[in-house]
Ligand binder design. Structure first.
Ligand SMILES: C[S@@+](CC[C@H](N)C(=O)[O-])C[C@H]1O[C@@H](n2cnc3c(N)ncnc32)[C@H](O)[C@@H]1O
Length: 196
């Protein structure tokens, strides 16, 4: 099919259609109708046996190329387990290793909202597939400081607020400050912001 389209459409027209095609492809893949690789079933079974934080970290490292340093993130997860956050956000999810840890290593989490300039499509699907029952994961693509991104997150939260927000997007001083100020009203009083 793709070969046929390439054969009949000249390159300049294909270039103009490509962004729209990518958007449609992304929507279909994220809709849940796209078949998941059968190898993920085995990963889900393995994950169901994991309990200790170091093993969650190892899983995140193998499957999602986690960036965080192990002792630091394991220490944070231990701290968060006691706080039992239910609504968690991450600005700058990259390949999703950290979002995976927040979802899997913190069983109290019911809602996770992860943002990035560009979503890692395959990993987004894998994260959704591996999510625990009753956990809801949402992904927002865009600049975290753009008004439409902020509005989208506010809409997704509806009347809720974040119990914990991990800010790990634009690492410049101004970028971190912007994220902190733009999202702080979405963190509940007594909730936690973590600036990475
Ligand atoms: C250090 S990486 C995040 C690593 C991830 N939190 C983890 O622990 O695995 C920073 C990410 O922030 C994203 N980013 C940078 N500026 C951003 C912005 N203004 N809005 C949203 N995401 C941004 C980048 O695309 C990149 O994927």
């Amino acid at each position: 099919m793709i070969g046929f389209i390439k054969a009949i459409l000249p390159l300049p027209i294909r270039d103009r259609l490509r962004p729209g095609y990518r958007k449609v492809e992304q929507r279909i893949k994220l809709s849940g109708f796209w078949p998941n690789p059968s190898s993920w079933q085995q990963k889900k079974r393995i994950l169901a046996q994991v309990e200790c934080l170091k093993d969650f970290y190892q899983f995140a490292s193998d499957e999602f190329e986690i960036i965080q340093n192990e002792p630091e993130i394991v220490g944070l997860l231990e701290f968060l387990r006691e706080k039992q956050p239910r609504v968690v956000g991450e600005i700058g999810m990259k390949s999703g290793g950290n979002s995976f840890l927040f979802m899997q290593a913190l069983p109290s989490v019911e809602t996770m909202i992860s943002m990035d300039l560009q979503l890692p499509l395959e990993n987004v699907r894998k994260l959704k597939y591996l999510a625990r029952p009753r956990q809801n994961m949402t992904f927002v693509q865009g600049d975290s400081s753009a008004p439409q991104t902020i509005a989208r997150v506010r809409t997704l939260l509806a009347k809720r607020q974040f119990d914990f927000l991990f800010i790990d997007g634009d690492h410049s001083y101004e970028g971190v400050k912007r994220d902190f100020l733009n999202y702080r009203s979405m963190v509940r009083p007594g909730g936690l912001d973590c600036l990475s």
